[in-house]
Design a protein around this ligand. Structure first.
Ligand code: UD1
Ligand code: CA
Length: 455
């Protein structure tokens, strides 16, 4: 059976009070609509169409890489009218699944269950039992419990309003029957709209079976209408990620104080302290520990490495058994080998750091190739920029750089060389020798402290 998916996304989103179309507002850095699309793509689908309206060009542009059809609903005339716009784009699929661009937490597993229960029926509806069903269409069943129709809240009687089974909006329908039903919809109702929900009564009138199922958690069917709901869904989504991580064996000090905006890949026995934010693609090896208040974006951290409190790592790679932080900053193309130690207020950019090298305090290492077993003293700076161009600093294996050294690039410090503290090194230094540029220390014996003049 060929499956087509239609995503309704033509709503204006007035209550967002935004120039950005509602379905492009981000949830964990991904547009709401993208979440729905990604979930749909987990299904085995043949065709797929998004119905856009307000801000349509912007929406298409934002999802530009997507291989799908777009239907335009120029005027917002109701969900039935919106779906009708999608039908011609779905070709000869057997069944049509309806999703919503502003309901991002729906799970593929739930949709698969809906497809499954409706395998023998012309229509399947995802419903939910809510203690407070206000705002939703209600599912009206007969004495035998068969679904008869859906009544919108604004059209419902007192008795119907008391029904606690609601229409989530998600449904699956036989494509040929659906085309017929949608073509016959009227708009004689409280809102003057073409209600998609009216197809249920049409199916019942034809004596067709209507299957129903429910999502595991009711958060799956929550929509976004304003920024308060958006923030609420963000927390729910983050809680879901935290739960998944813990299930795969990650220890989280507080699952409520973790944010993942992208994809976090983890080895065994990783532990993460509070208030950490992970963006893009982050890979943490076995037994990595992340201290509190860390920000990691697009990076790979090797096994058994400790990242201590308040560290920032972006587009960098760290080897195994390394120690980063507290208060370290690794910038793009920082490439640290195994067992490297980087301490507080150290910034590293576009630099390779060899195995076991220590840069423990207050340094800037940029555009550099640093060997293994190097010790870089506090306050060492690679002067990589002459105001116009960037230049390379090379430091050989086993070198010792004294505190407060300025390395004026391009420059090479030889293997095993020692640089005296406070030096300004502008020329290459020989291996295994002490080089320093410090002015000799002297004491002025005759010196006297000045006395204040009398006026
Ligand atoms: C709809 C259902 C209601 C259900 C509820 C669940 C109908 C008539 N009612 O009501 O039974 O309980 O969803 O959330 O279907 N849209 C368009 N074009 C339109 C109208 C809507 O694309 O002309 C899209 C919206 O962008 C939105 C979705 O369809 O994503 C639902 O529209 P909305 O107006 O929120 O429907 P409800 O009145 O909430
Ligand atoms: Ca709605």
């Amino acid at each position: 059976m060929k499956l087509g998916v239609a995503i309704l996304a033509a709503g204006q989103g007035t209550r967002m009070k935004s120039d950005l179309p509602k379905v492009l507002h981000p949830l964990a850095d991904r547009p709401l609509l993208r979440h729905v699309v990604d979930t749909a793509l987990e299904l085995d689908l043949a065709r797929f169409c998004i119905v856009h309206g307000h801000g349509g060009d912007q929406v298409r542009l934002a999802l530009g890489d997507l291989d799908c059809d777009w239907a335009h609903q120029a005027e917002r005339k109701g969900t039935g009218h919106a779906l009708l716009q999608a039908l011609p784009h779905l070709g000869d699929v057997d069944r049509v699944l309806v999703l919503y661009g502003d309901i991002p937490l729906i799970r593929a597993a739930t949709l698969r269950r809906l497809l499954e229960v409706a395998r023998q029926a012309s229509l399947g509806v995802l419903t939910a039992f809510l203690p407070d069903p206000g705002g939703y269409g209600r599912i009206v069943r007969d004495h035998e419990g068969r679904v008869r129709r859906i009544v919108e809240e604004k059209d419902a009687s007192e008795a119907e309003l008391a029904i606690d089974e609601i229409n989530t909006g998600f449904l699956i329908a036989d494509r040929v029957a659906l085309a017929d039903w949608l073509g016959r919809l009227g708009n004689d109702n409280a809102q003057g709209e073409y209600y998609l929900t009216d197809i249920i009564a049409m199916a019942t009138a034809e004596g067709r079976a209507i299957a129903t199922t429910q999502p595991e958690k009711s958060e799956e069917i929550l929509g976004v209408n304003d920024r308060i709901q958006l923030a609420d869904l963000e927390r729910r989504f983050q809680a879901r990620i935290a739960r998944d991580l813990m299930q795969t064996g990650v220890s989280l000090r507080d699952p409520a104080r973790l944010d993942v905006r992208g994809h976090l890949q983890v080895g065994r026995d990783v532990s993460i302290d509070i208030n950490c934010l992970f963006e893009g693609e982050v890979v943490l090896g076995d037994e990595v520990t992340i201290g509190p208040n860390c920000y990691l974006r697009d990076c790979v951290i090797g096994a058994h490495t400790q990242v201590l409190a308040n560290s920032v790592i972006e587009e960098a790679r760290v080897g195994t058994q390394a120690r980063i932080g507290p208060f370290s900053r690794l910038r793009p193309q920082a490439d640290l080998s195994d067992e490297v130690h980087v301490g507080n207020f150290v910034e590293i950019k576009k630099a390779q750091i060899g195995q076991g090298t220590k840069i423990s305090h207050l340094s800037y290492i940029g555009d550099a190739q640093v060997g293994s077993g190097v010790n870089i003293g506090a306050g060492t700076i690679t002067c990589n920029f002459d105001g116009v161009n960037k230049h390379l600093t090379r430091i050989g294996d086993g070198a010792f750089i004294g505190s407060n050294t300025a390395l004026v690039a391009p420059v090479t410090v030889g293997e095993g060389a020692t640089i005296g503290a406070g030096s300004v090194i502008g020329r290459d230094t020989p291996p295994h020798k002490l080089t320093l540029t410090r002015a000799p220390q002297r004491t002025i014996e005759q010196w006297q402290k000045p006395v204040k003049k009398r006026i």
